[in-house]
Design a protein around this ligand. Structure first.
Ligand code: NAD
Length: 497
């Protein structure tokens, strides 16, 4: 073990986990006393027991959030004051970067170097960006006739439930918390049952920063219990969700069955990564293609899981991708030198291995990886895996695997590439590599996706909206556009005498 690696293992051993929820500023157990074990996917061992909340607890969280909202302690506070507190919140996240990164890595298996360089700073920067924005937003006066005044104002929605997944627990939470809190809402954050630890710590830091009690509650528990209770609650005004398309649809149903709460969805993807023969830098594109699918063990909603390569360069290009993939062997997530960690749970690993089996049965050619590795660790590791000769109607090209599995498909010309790329129920993102400006722009325009990358993959910044076409979602996270979904638009008519 290297010195750096031991440092993290020592920190993990010394850490005192908080296995509770946070309601009304207090750490609480479930009223039923029920708990569930959260597992370290790198070892298969239970890290700690965590409170498993159900309908009655969720109701308590909603009542606390509503009371905080009605009190005006946050919702009616001057934007400049909310700004200062949110800035302090972001600073505290930076100050606790190592602790938050450790929790993220232990709970969901990502490399500690990524947690430190991507997840924690990205989350803190999201909060501070919305903090900075909040006292610079103006409302509108309508161009009405002279004898009336119509003011168009934005008001916070009230109680917002943020239900998030396990692949970027802090970052996905921050994409919701930043705009929702900046706009003056009370928020109930429900982390995924696979990765609850960093969310509770985040809630504690929010309190320490001065966000009033009840404005940010964190409820731990299962989707089918705590998540569903939020979806069906009559006093939750909106759910902002990131997760699978299947569960996203459940939330639309919960809304229909209850109070027509607003539903914003960031769901799955099957991103086409298109490489045209006239791409001027195949090495750069190959590195991007490999990282595009293997980063975060492939557990990325916009992972470039379909590699579309023009026929004439396919063999040369795929060799380059495999060469990069070989440098990304999975390792101990607490070793700062590794780039690929563990798959989040045994169930998810088996799902990924299942899809590798399906790919072989469907007639795709396995040309790299395909195996579970590091079994002796007790953890859930899968090699970077590449399939060739994939047809776009195969299940491995149509269904979201959410693991380090790349499906390579060839195309004849740009038109063919666009047709294959768009032949998917998803439309979260797409990428195209070409040195021809006309091909680049014509292709980008015709791709049905919320983000299109030209000669790069996964450029990302809080300043731009992120979200999907088709069954990849409804609405956008990030940028000032996100604030729209956390506010109601009100028109106030004033008759002038
Ligand atoms: P998931 O849909 O299983 O769970 C997401 C959240 O929903 C969790 O908090 C879970 O507890 C809750 N949930 C699960 N079942 C529920 C139910 N029946 N009722 C109410 N709540 C329920 O997703 P996951 O496995 O945690 O995450 C992976 C998915 O997230 C992938 O599909 C991925 O593409 C998607 N994702 C999308 C984005 C994006 O921005 N579009 C970002 C990250 C992840």
């Amino acid at each position: 073990m290297t010195v750096n690696q031991s440092k993290w293992h020592d920190a993990a051993k010394a850490h005192r986990f908080v296995g509770k929820s946070l309601i009304g500023g207090k750490l609480v157990d479930a009223q039923s006393g029920k708990t569930f074990g959260t597992i370290n996917p790198a070892t298969g061992q239970v890290l700690t027991e965590v409170a498993s909340l159900d309908v009655a607890d969720v109701d308590a969280a909603v009542r606390s959030a509503r009371a905080a909202f009605e009190s005006g302690s946050w919702s009616r506070r001057a934007p400049a004051e909310r700004k200062k507190i949110l800035q302090r919140f972001a600073e505290l996240m930076h100050e606790h970067a190592e602790e938050l990164a450790l929790l993220e890595t232990l709970d969901m298996g990502k490399p500690i170097s990524d947690a430190l360089s991507v997840d924690v700073p990205g989350s803190a920067n999201t909060i501070s960006w919305y903090a900075e924005a909040v006292d610079k937003l103006y409302d509108e006066i309508a161009p009405t006739p002279d004898n009336v005044l119509a003011m168009i104002t934005r008001e916070p929605l009230g109680v917002v439930a943020a239900v998030v997944p396990w692949n970027f627990p802090l970052l996905m939470a921050s994409w919701k918390l930043g705009p929702a809190l900046a706009a003056g809402n009370s928020v109930i954050l429900k982390p995924a049952e696979q990765s609850p630890l960093s969310a509770v710590r985040l809630g504690q830091l929010a309190l320490e920063a001065g966000i009033p009690e009840g404005v940010l509650n964190v409820v731990t528990g299962f989707g089918e219990t705590a998540g569903k209770a939020l979806g069906l609650h009559m006093d939750v005004d909106a759910v902002t969700f990131t997760g699978s398309t299947q569960v996203g649809k459940f939330f639309l149903g919960y809304s229909a069955q209850s109070n027509m709460k607003r539903i914003a969805l960031e769901c799955g993807g099957k991103t086409p990564h298109i490489v045209m023969a006239d791409c001027g830098n195949l090495d750069e594109a190959a590195t991007a293609a490999a990282f595009g699918i293997f980063f975060n063990q492939g557990e990325v909603c916009n992972a470039g899981s379909r590699l579309l390569v023009q026929e004439s360069i396919k063999d040369e290009f795929i060799e380059k991708v495999i060469a990069v993939g070989k440098t990304l062997e999975p390792g101990d997530p607490l070793d700062p030198s590794i780039k690929l960690g563990a798959i989040v749970t045994e169930e998810q690993m088996n799902r990924v291995l299942g899809y590798i089996g399906i790919g072989k049965e469907e007639g795709a050619r396995l040309i790299a990886g395909g195996q579970r590795v590091r079994t002796e660790s007790g953890g859930y590791f899968v090699e970077p895996t590449v399939f060739d000769d994939v047809k776009n109607d195969m299940r491995i090209a149509q269904e979201e695997i959410f693991g380090p599995v790349l499906a390579t498909i060839t195309f004849k010309d740009p038109e063919d590439a666009v047709r294959i790329a768009n032949d998917s129920i998803y439309g979260l993102a797409a990428a195209v590599w070409t040195d021809n400006i006309n091909t680049a722009l014509n292709t980008a325009r015709r791709l049905r996706a919320g983000s299109v990358w030209v000669n790069n993959f996964d450029e990302s910044n809080v300043t731009v909206p992120f979200g999907g076409y088709k069954q990849s979602g409804i609405g956008r996270d990030k940028s000032l556009h996100a604030i729209e979904k956390y506010t109601e638009l009100k028109t106030t008519w004033i008759k002038l005498r």
